[in-house]
Design a protein around this ligand. Structure first.
Ligand SMILES: [Zn+2]
Length: 94
C-alpha cells in the first residue's frame, strides 16, 4: 500500500513540474490520470479506451488518488487487448 502511495506521489510531482517521464508514460499505458478534489469516494462512469470497445465500467474516484484504469475489466492486460484488436482487424477485413 505504501508503495502505491509512493508511485502516486512521484506521478503527482512529475505532473506538477509539467514534466514527463518514462515512469509516467508506463503508468499511462494502462491508466488514466484523473486529477480531482473529491473528499469522499465518487463513482464515475467510464467508457473503455480500447479502440472498438465501447464497454462501460465504473471507477471510484478516491481521495488523494489520481491514477485509475482506462480499460474495462475485460481489457486490463496486454494479452486481452491484443486478442480483441486482432479480432477487430479480422472483422474489418472479412
Ligand atoms: Zn474494453
Amino acid at each position: 500500500m505504501s508503495r502505491d502511495l509512493d508511485i502516486e506521489h512521484s506521478i503527482v510531482q512529475t505532473l506538477r513540474d509539467g514534466k514527463t517521464s518514462e515512469h509516467l508514460k508506463r503508468v499511462q499505458l494502462e491508466n488514466q490520470i484523473v486529477p480531482h478534489n473529491f473528499k469522499v469516494p465518487m463513482p464515475r462512469p467510464q467508457t473503455c479506451k480500447l479502440q472498438g470497445c465501447m464497454a462501460q465500467f465504473e471507477i471510484i474516484l478516491v481521495p488523494r488518488q489520481i491514477i485509475y484504469p482506462k480499460y474495462c475489466p475485460d481489457h486490463r492486460n496486454d494479452h486481452q487487448r491484443e486478442v480483441f484488436l486482432s479480432r477487430l482487424d479480422h472483422d474489418l477485413i472479412t
